[in-house]
Design a protein around this ligand. Structure first.
Ligand code: GLN
Length: 230
């Protein structure tokens, strides 16, 4: 916000928990988003302060002047471009359906008639579910974070959930969740770092310059392989 422009400290909003992009490890906030924005800030000579919040609160907090930068595995979408400007893309992602492990009844959207689908508020997954609800005839359950979404399906309250495939693949591998990815990817998108639209050109330029410099130096690849392996 305006109050920070003099002090050169930018506040960065991230999702409460979204491994491998942001998560707690030994009481510390770590992840690809966290390392990237720290490295960009260091490269470009600014300070940051990171704040965790429900994903759906990030853009509203930017609009309220409480955040300067929005992250959280945030997909670049035309709809969001009406309120924020995005950096160059930094990670390829997209949506997939997820069921309980061993569920052989659901292999795609066409099997969801009368089923319940868990989504996270404010996400591209929630929008996808809402946009296709009438066509496929499922019922939507809204939650605020990925943990709650995974529990919904893990404990049988919901039949299926929608999550970004790099995130659910990582969660299944690392946390041995009893969940499985089903069917083909529903779409493809890219993550970007966001700032409030039309009033942060200088900051956005620094973010893009920093990102380019990390890609050139090998630091970007180093951060990705730290969390994802080679
Ligand atoms: N990439 C998705 C989106 O931008 C999900 C982000 C998230 O859940 N943190 O809506």
């Amino acid at each position: 916000g305006d109050s920070d422009s003099d002090s050169n400290v930018y506040t960065v909003g991230v999702d409460t928990t979204y491994p491998p992009f942001e998560f707690q490890e030994d009481g510390e906030l770590v992840g690809i988003d966290i390392d990237l924005i720290n490295a960009i800030a260091e490269d470009q000579g600014f300070e940051i302060q990171i704040e965790s919040m429900d994903f759906s609160g990030i853009i509203p907090a930017m609009q309220a002047g409480e955040l300067d930068i929005g992250m959280g595995g945030m997909s670049i979408t035309e709809e969001r471009k009406e309120t924020v400007d995005f950096s160059d893309p930094y990670f390829e992602s997209g949506l997939t359906l997820v069921t309980a492990a061993g569920n052989s009844e659901i292999s795609g959207l066409e099997d969801l008639e009368g089923k319940t689908i868990a989504v996270k508020n404010g996400t591209t997954g929630a929008k996808f579910a809402a946009d296709n609800e009438a066509e496929y005839g499922y019922e939507i359950v809204q939650v605020n974070d990925s943990t709650a979404m995974f529990q919904e399906v893990g404990n049988g309250s919901s039949d299926v959930l929608i999550e970004d495939y790099p995130v659910i693949a990582y969660a299944i591998e690392k946390s041995s969740l009893d969940l499985q990815i089903v069917g083909d990817k529903l779409n493809g998108d890219n993550y970007g770092i966001s700032v409030l639209k039309g009033q942060n050109d200088e900051l956005l330029q620094k973010i893009n310059d920093g990102l380019a410099s990390l890609k050139e130096s090998g630091k970007y690849d180093e951060i990705l392989s730290k969390y994802l392996g080679e």
